[in-house]
Ligand binder design. Structure first.
Ligand code: BES
Ligand code: MN
Ligand code: ZN
Length: 485
């Protein structure tokens, strides 16, 4: 297991595979109380000779002269804001050699929050998903995720604990996203969720198809019935004694989205194992709330289904009933996320939480509007802006988007209360306007993380290829802000 601990030793005297130090301003080594002046001077001279950049995340690796480390990773800190420190640590962590067993981080920070950000960045930059790689083929551009001991010089125990909880939640989310749909399907996802929950004192309850049918969850059933691996709904609850409010989180958990009978073209299907990213985020946010003992009630709803075409799949023109009774004409079976979320939202809101957030890889239109790194946030203006503020605080890129009322008319159905696709314009907003019909006057925000959830390109900062864990850090911050308000 990877570990993160604090160290109070002189950083340069620790036997390590790598020592990470920061470069600030005009390229000098950032002074750290656990880095002796002579060492800093020696490394500073090396940095000068190599013209090492202090731009955030730029890495220069030099031999560990004057230290007990094999190598020194010099990393640019930019202006050394919290976000830049997190990013720099992530870049440095990706440059520590193939299989380091010990890495010391001697990047100076102002406070606990910044030290936690450095720890987070390092753990996330070092993240790798190798479960399906044969032993001798794990690549050579990043450290092994397993077995590295990360030592954070200058940090407090609480900063280290914070980094571990946050990075652990993001990494757990990434693991689920990266797991192939052959192995991760609604029942296996539900079992994994129940197992984790039980170990942390989080209450868990699962609806199987029979229960889903009894209770009238027409959205989850319609989407899931084309697959031989049947759908599930999972309810998780973290309820500390004396919590003054409850936040409900609803996650889209399509373990594979083929589009159903409205089949996707092959290229568009390649990343669709990531269509459960919202549910994975919700699960790991609830678990992290428990780990951190956050003093706020959190319920998590995982809407799990596999969207497949078959003789039992739902057909374009079918009419289904969402939990609570509203009817929906399904004209495109690839607009399935909103159907499972509608069930989840109505059921979650029945319990009258103070706020409900849903997290979903909902629309390709999100990527067209905002690209691959910026999630769209829609909903009640105050809650939407509260989510954006939390995102800004933890340096996740999210942007407020509107819910134009006229789009509701484009969802009018000739036979049912609503249809599940609009007229093609503003796809991200149209999906959100659809969801809004199931929210009533609850305080609500919808996070469309479609493209940001999965990195199809190369590594950058602390983000590696594959599942990213988008939204996890933001929503944890959102909960923390409310718990401490
Ligand atoms: N899961 C997709 C959205 C998606 C697309 C996520 C690309 C990540 C990357 C969703 O279920 C979907 O297929 N949406 C359709 C809706 C349309 C049929 C109204 C879309 O965006 O094309
Ligand atoms: Mn779809
Ligand atoms: Zn989908």
């Amino acid at each position: 297991m990877t570990s993160l601990d604090l160290t109070t030793d002189t950083a340069s005297t620790i036997d390590a595979d790598a020592l990470i130090v920061g470069l600030s301003g005009t390229g000098e080594v950032a002074a750290h109380p656990q880095l002796p002046n002579e060492t800093a001077a020696l490394l500073g001279a090396a940095a000068k000779a190599l013209d090492a950049s202090s731009k955030v995340g730029k890495v220069t690796v030099v031999p560990g002269q004057g230290t007990s480390a094999k190598r020194v990773v010099l990393v640019g800190l930019g202006q050394a804001t919290t976000g830049e420190l997190r990013e720099a640590a992530g870049c440095a962590a990706r440059s520590c050699g193939k299989e380091p067993s010990t890495v010391v981080i001697a990047i100076p920070a102002d406070d606990d929050e910044q030290y936690a950000a450095i720890g987070e960045g390092a753990l996330l930059g070092a993240y790798r998903f190798t479960d399906y790689k044969s032993e001798d083929d794990k690549g050579d551009d990043a450290p092994e995720d397993d077995g590295t001991s990360w030592l954070l010089a200058g940090a407090s125990a609480s900063a280290v604990e914070r980094a571990k909880v946050i990075a652990g939640a993001v990494a757990g989310t990434r693991d689920l996203i990266n797991t192939p749909p052959l192995d991760l399907f609604p029942a296996s996802f539900a079992e994994i969720a129940e197992g984790y929950a039980r170990s942390l004192g989080v209450d868990a309850q699962t609806w199987d198809v029979q229960k889903l049918a009894e209770d009238g969850f027409g959205g989850i059933l319609a989407v899931g019935m084309g697959s031989s691996r049947l759908p599930r709904l999972v309810r998780l609850e973290w309820k500390p004694e004396g919590a003054k409010q409850t936040v409900a989180l609803v996650g889209k958990g399509i373990t594979f989205d083929s589009g159903g009978l409205s089949l996707k073209p092959p290229k568009s299907m390649e990343t669709m194992k990531s269509d459960m990213s919202g549910a994975a985020a919700v699960l790991h946010i609830v678990l992290a709330a428990a780990r951190a003992n956050l003093q706020i009630g959190v319920t998590g709803w995982l809407c799990l289904a596999e969207n497949m075409p078959s003789g039992t799949a739902s057909r374009p023109s079918d009419v289904i009933r969402i939990y609570g009774g509203k009817s929906v004409e399904v004209l495109n079976t690839d607009a399935e996320g909103r159907l499972v979320l509608a069930d989840g939202l109505v059921r979650a809101i029945e319990e009258q939480p103070d706020v409900v957030l849903d997290i979903a890889t909902l629309t390709g239109a999100q990527g067209i509007a905002l690209g691959s790194r910026t999630s769209g946030v829609m909903g009640s203006p105050d809650i939407r802006d509260e989510v954006i503020a939390a995102a800004d605080h933890v340096d996740e890129s999210m942007w407020p988007m509107p819910l134009p009322e006229y789009l509701l008319e484009t969802l009018d159905s000739k036979v049912a209360d609503l249809k599940n696709i609009g007229d093609g314009q503003a796809g991200m907003l149209s999906a959100a306007v659809f969801l809004k019909e199931f929210v009533g006057d609850a305080k609500w925000a919808h996070l469309d993380i479609a493209r940001p959830a999965f990195n199809e390109g190369g590594a950058y900062g602390f983000t590696v290829p594959g599942g990213t864990g988008a939204s996890v850090r933001t929503v944890l911050r959102f909960l923390e802000n409310r718990a401490n308000a």
